[in-house]
Ligand binder design. Structure first.
Ligand code: C2E
Ligand code: CA
Ligand code: CA
Length: 918
């Protein structure tokens, strides 16, 4: 059994036991009577009562009545057709006047058994003085011709008479009761039933004794009816306590009992055990049902069960001759209901307490979480005022919670709009600015709107992101800056170029250190890095705010000058060159750095940042090649430009159609002024553009692969010319220039050998000039090729020496015969003592390595005499002559410059003329 069901079962058990002990009798009777009251009914009229009422007593005016009255009454009744006449009158003693007794006895006898006389039990004191139950019977004269019927009634514990027996035992004699007899039911002994007091006594057919005696009555009322004659007057006693009325005359009670039997309303009760069982069932059912309901429903259920029980019992009592013992049912219902109500209330109280406890626990937990949260948590009322402020918030904003409470959220966070606007930020984290003691700092904030019962609230979760921001900025900085110099990098530069306003002019300067690689190799990377840093800081000097200087990598820097004109760009460029030219001192060394700067102008030189930078790069290479320091971009220089592509096609055609030609520039021996040989230099007269400088189209050829046939053409032409001169008796050395690309051709040595062979050129009369910087680009490979060329027996000359800064070790391994001092040094010698020093060092170095020295760009006699005094071996330059077409040179030689013996004099003589022709 479920523990929940124990209390109702106990209640049921107690009620059942009390019921079995008749504990509820009083209530039970009251309930039964109440039902009688609610469902009254009528007497059938089968039983007629003749009342010995006060009026009869009055009118007969004598007491006790002579029994002859009864005899007359009996005769009248029988005459009217009464079926039976029962006297509820004591005939247990004789009258004083015998005649009266005789008269009645005669009348009884004449009735032939239709008269019923009462017999009953009564306590009487015996002779010994003891009380004993004695049967009180009519005297024999009456009894012998009449039927005896018991008129005994037994009151209940409350004194009221309800129960009635069909028969009664007098000793061992079973006598029918009066009602049993009148109703002619023939029931067994002790068959007890309850009188239906719902049958109203008022509806009994009653006649007054005096009226019947005197014949004043309607005989039809009596035809074939049973009649009870008895006293109805209070003064005669024989009043019985009954339900619903205080007392009732005994004959009426008998009449109602008879009516109950006649109408089949002899009421019976279920055995107590049966009711007790029902009580248990009801207790179990209600106990299982009611506590599941809320107290309202339980109340409803309780009240309706009571109503149903009462209604049901009333209905049963009315329809069937059956009385339901309602009291235990109602009591058990009430008990279980009360218990369940208490249980429900108990449970609700308990759960309320538990909820409260839970709530308090949750609240404590939440407060703990909020208080110890790493994030600042602030709640705001809907007016934007601070309501709560956790510890992290106190730390974050450096203010105690009680100080900020009630203040606007503005006191801690900067807001653009009204406080209410905050709610719109609900959702994703936003960045905001926090306020702390007058200072602002970046915060990240998540706004959450919650709808509490009373009013909407905002919860702000905030954290300081100063560090993160710094980190982000650092990363940003790293992404956009060069780590070594901390200058903006290519990306940032490109961004800034792209960010230039439309219509704004700008210049991009691309700057490349001329000999950085060698410094780096010779002195080590740390020194190289320090040099770059110093360069970076010097570059800032001539710049203005808004200019950007970026390091693109290696020794390449770029400078963006927003708003700059062509003129300003050039001025800045030359300032930069000057700044960098003053020597750098590091580790006791003094380093000289030359710079080439290419300038591209926005917007005319490039449609976008990338191409602008690329054009500046082109210009820078031009500057470097021409050794002119600065160069402004022009499309002609750009071998990627359309013009260059067209030019390339033209060049190809020119080679095929043999429209190129060679100029030959003499090389003079310092020792005796004799003509040693000539350098073959390419010339191209374009049909549209006129003379195109070799620098330009050779670059173009190098970039297109055309350099291979071009070089072969040059060598072939030069050797053919040499052969012509040889046939004329002039033994002239021939120098030709090889380009970097040529050194990558595997079949170059073979091709050269073939050409030498074809033109029967003594190999030692051919000099191959290789630019120093070319050698340094790919030293090992160059070394291998140069070695092969050397094995052909040709001479190797290192051209433009001084611009490439070959390491001494490398030079020693190179199978070269001569070096050519770059013309920039030679040409500056007069003005710049530094250049003279360089030239002297080069000559000394070359001689130490057993190399001949050729000085290029000898333009003046002074230069030439200086060079000779420094020990220079060979001179070449405008002072002697410009590069000339072969026939002109032949004539020049014939004019006296040749034979070699007179070269010196010839040179001195011719120089002014040459100079004039410049
Ligand atoms: P480079 O090999 O250094 O040639 C010498 C250059 O100096 C020639 O310029 C010549 O005209 C010039 N020059 C000679 N004396 C003087 C002087 O006293 N003063 C001045 N200011 N300049 C003088 P050019 O002919 O314009 O050639 C330039 C460059 O073109 C050459 O420089 C060479 O690198 C290249 N080049 C010329 N022809 C060829 C060729 O057939 N093949 C290859 N691969 N490169 C060539
Ligand atoms: Ca040369
Ligand atoms: Ca040269």
């Amino acid at each position: 059994m479920k523990p929940r069901l124990v209390p109702p079962i106990v209640i049921g058990l107690v009620v059942a036991v009390l019921h079995l002990l008749d504990g509820f009798d009083g209530l039970e009777h009251r309930l039964t009577d109440l039902r009688f009251q609610l469902t009254p009914s009528h007497a059938s009229g089968e039983v007629v009562v003749i009342d010995i009422d006060p009026r009869s007593l009055d009118e007969l005016n004598v007491w006790p009545w002579p029994r002859s009255y009864h005899a007359t009454l009996l005769e009248n009744l029988l005459a009217a057709g009464a079926r039976r006449v029962a006297f509820d009158i004591d005939f247990s003693s004789r009258s004083v006047a015998h005649e009266d007794d005789d008269e009645l006895a005669r009348a009884i006898r004449a009735a032939r058994g239709r008269v019923v006389l009462p017999i009953y039990q009564q306590w009487k004191s015996t002779n010994a003085g003891e009380l004993t139950l004695m049967a009180v019977e009519p005297i024999a004269e009456f009894a012998s011709h009449a039927v005896l019927a018991s008129i005994n009634v037994r009151p209940d514990t409350d004194g009221a008479v309800r129960r009635y027996r069909s028969r009664e035992l007098f000793g061992d004699r079973s006598v029918p009761s009066l009602a049993g007899l009148l109703a002619a039911t023939g029931r067994r002994d002790n068959d007890t039933f309850e009188i239906d007091f719902g049958i109203s006594a008022e509806t009994l057919t009653r006649l007054s004794y005096i009226d019947v005696l005197t014949g004043h009555f309607d005989p039809a009322l009596l035809a074939n009816r049973s009649v009870i004659v008895g006293s109805a007057a209070i003064e005669l006693g024989d009043q019985i306590t009954v339900p619903l009325a205080p007392v009732m005359p005994g004959p009426h009670v008998q009449a109602l009992a008879a009516e109950s039997l006649i109408q089949n309303r002899a009421l019976r009760r279920a055995p107590s055990w049966f009711t007790a069982a029902w009580v248990m069932l009801l207790a179990g059912f209600l106990g299982g049902t009611l506590p599941r309901l809320t107290w309202r429903w339980a109340l409803l259920a309780g009240v309706s069960s009571v109503a149903a029980l009462f209604g049901g019992a009333t209905l049963i009592q009315r329809v069937l001759p059956f009385i339901v013992d309602l009291a235990p049912m109602l009591i058990v219902t009430g008990g279980v209901f009360s218990w369940s109500l208490v249980a429900v209330i108990d449970q609700q109280t308990m759960s309320m307490k538990r909820n409260q406890l839970d709530l308090r626990r949750t609240e404590t937990l939440m407060r703990h979480v909020v208080e110890n949260s790493f994030d600042a948590i602030v709640t705001l009322g809907d007016d934007g005022r601070i309501e709560t402020f956790n510890r992290a918030a106190e730390r974050l904003f450096d203010r105690p919670a009680d100080e900020v409470a009630g203040q606007s959220v503005r006191s801690i966070v900067e807001l653009d709009g009204p406080e209410t606007r905050l709610a719109r930020a609900a959702g994703a984290p936003v960045e905001a600015v926090g306020r702390r003691r007058g200072a602002s700092f970046p915060i990240e904030m998540v706004v959450t709107a919650i709808d509490t019962a009373d009013e909407p609230r905002l919860v702000l979760f905030m954290r300081d992101i100063t560090e993160r921001k710094a980190h982000e900025q650092e990363l940003e900085h790293l992404a956009h800056h060069d780590t070594l110099t901390d200058l903006p990098n290519r990306l940032l530069l490109l961004n800034r170029i792209s960010g230039l306003a439309a219509g704004q002019s700008a210049a991009v300067l691309l700057l490349d250190l001329d000999r950085f690689k060698e410094i780096n190799d010779a002195l080590g990377h740390p020194t190289g890095d320090r040099l770059l840093k110093q360069v970076a800081s010097r570059l800032q000097l001539p710049l203005e705010r808004g200019d950007t200087i970026a390091r693109l990598g290696g020794d390449e820097f770029a400078i963006l000058l927003p708003g700059a004109s062509d003129e300003r760009a050039r001025r800045i460029a030359s300032l930069l060159i000057d700044t960098l030219r003053s020597p750098f001192r590091m580790d006791g060394l003094t380093l000289q750095v030359d710079t080439s700067i290419g300038i591209a102008l926005w917007p005319e030189h490039g449609p976008d940042s990338e191409s602008l930078l690329q054009r500046a790069d082109v210009a820078m290479y031009v500057a470097k090649r021409k050794r002119q320091g600065t160069s402004v971009y022009s499309p002609e220089q750009d071998y990627n430009s359309v013009r260059q592509l067209v030019l390339l096609g033209d060049l190809r055609d020119a080679i095929q159609d043999d429209r190129l030609h060679l100029a030959y520039q003499p090389q003079i021996l310092a020792e005796d002024g004799k003509l040693l040989g000539v350098e073959a230099l390419l010339r191209w007269r374009h049909p549209d553009h006129g003379m195109i400088p070799p620098d330009e189209f050779i670059q173009l050829a190098e970039h297109s692969g055309l350099i291979r046939p071009l070089t072969l053409w040059v060598v072939e032409t030069a050797l053919r010319q040499a052969a012509v001169w040889r046939r004329e008796g002039l033994s002239i050395c021939m120098s030709v220039n090889l380009s970097a690309r040529n050194l990558l051709e595997e079949d170059l040595p073979r091709n050269l050998a073939r050409l030498l062979d074809r033109h029967e050129m003594p190999p030692d009369q051919l000099t191959l000039e290789i630019t120093e910087s070319v050698l340094m680009d790919e030293p090992e490979r160059a070394l291998a090729v140069v070695t092969q060329l050397d094995q052909l027996g040709t001479r190797i000359s290192i051209d433009d020496f001084g611009t490439g800064y070959s390491s001494l070790g490398y030079l020693m391994r190179l199978p070269a015969e001569e070096i050519k001092i770059d013309r920039s040094f030679v040409m500056q010698m007069d003005r710049d003592s530094g250049s003279a020093t360089i030239v002297r060092s080069i000559i000394e170095l070359a001689h130490n390595l057993n190399l001949k020295v050729v000085a290029e760009g000898v333009e003046t006699i002074d230069a030439w005499s200086t060079l000779r005094s420094l020990g220079c071996d060979i001179g070449q330059g405008y002072y002697f002559n410009r590069p000339l077409p072969a026939d002109e040179l032949t004539r020049w030689m014939a004019g006296g410059a040749c034979p070699a013996g007179e070269a010196k004099a010839a040179a001195q003589r011719l120089a002014p003329q040459v100079a004039l022709t410049v």
